[in-house]
Design a protein around this ligand. Sequence first.
Ligand SMILES: Nc1ncnc2c1ncn2[C@@H]1O[C@H](COP(=O)(O)OP(=O)(O)OP(=O)(O)O)[C@@H](O)[C@H]1O
Length: 232
Amino acid sequence: MSREPIIRVKDLHYSFREGEGMKEVLHGVSADFYPGEIVIIMGPSGSGKTTFLKLLGGLRTVQKGSIEIDGQLLEKGRKKDLVSVRRKIGFIFQNHHLIASLSVCQNVMMPLSFNPRETAATARPQALDILKQVGLADHVNKKPSQLSGGQKQRVAIARALVHNPRIVLADEPTASLDGKTGREVVDHIQRLAKQSGATILLVTHDSRILDVADRLIELEDGVLNSDPPIEG
Ligand SMILES: Nc1ncnc2c1ncn2[C@@H]1O[C@H](COP(=O)(O)OP(=O)(O)OP(=O)(O)O)[C@@H](O)[C@H]1O
């Protein structure tokens, strides 16, 4: 594993407006994440895990401290940089955000459509290939509403990984799934990410999937505690 971090976070603070004032939820988080590693971020509800992932993905603006992704600083007001950083990232969220009016295959083609070098003719075979890898070859023309929860989550994984992102940010990807389906979903994320060498940051409360992690970190009250021991 390369020792040059792909994500560097330094003294990151973040506050939400609350009534007349501000409530700080991240109190100076610093961490480095390396190419190819799977890191699980745990922590009590409300400790700031989702806020942290959204900041890393450029979905919230850095207020204080810094985030550097692949050598590029995420800064306020630099929209062009944000767009290029987001292209390096795949997002997997708990409620998958699939587009209901599009087919499974069209949903997975979406991230490729932002690349001017891709056309429908080049994107479709890539989408079909990754859908096959997550076991959905027979469902490519269906609408998301025709799929089970686990199948929808596998579509979300395929969509997050189809453009070979350097980084995958996954927020509770197994939360709405039963134990067996959750396990399968995580195994897919792990296998596809290891094939491509992507860095995975995965927020979860699900203790059954901790073994996929190369490293566990804990956010507690907006502060990061690194590397608690893996139990069991
Ligand atoms: N849009 C918002 N406006 C105001 N406060 C918010 C907003 N989003 C989150 N918060 C607050 O920030 C804190 C951190 O929230 P966050 O969702 O990051 O926590 P979390 O660790 O992901 O929680 P959970 O495990 O329950 O998903 C919480 O106190 C939450 O109420």
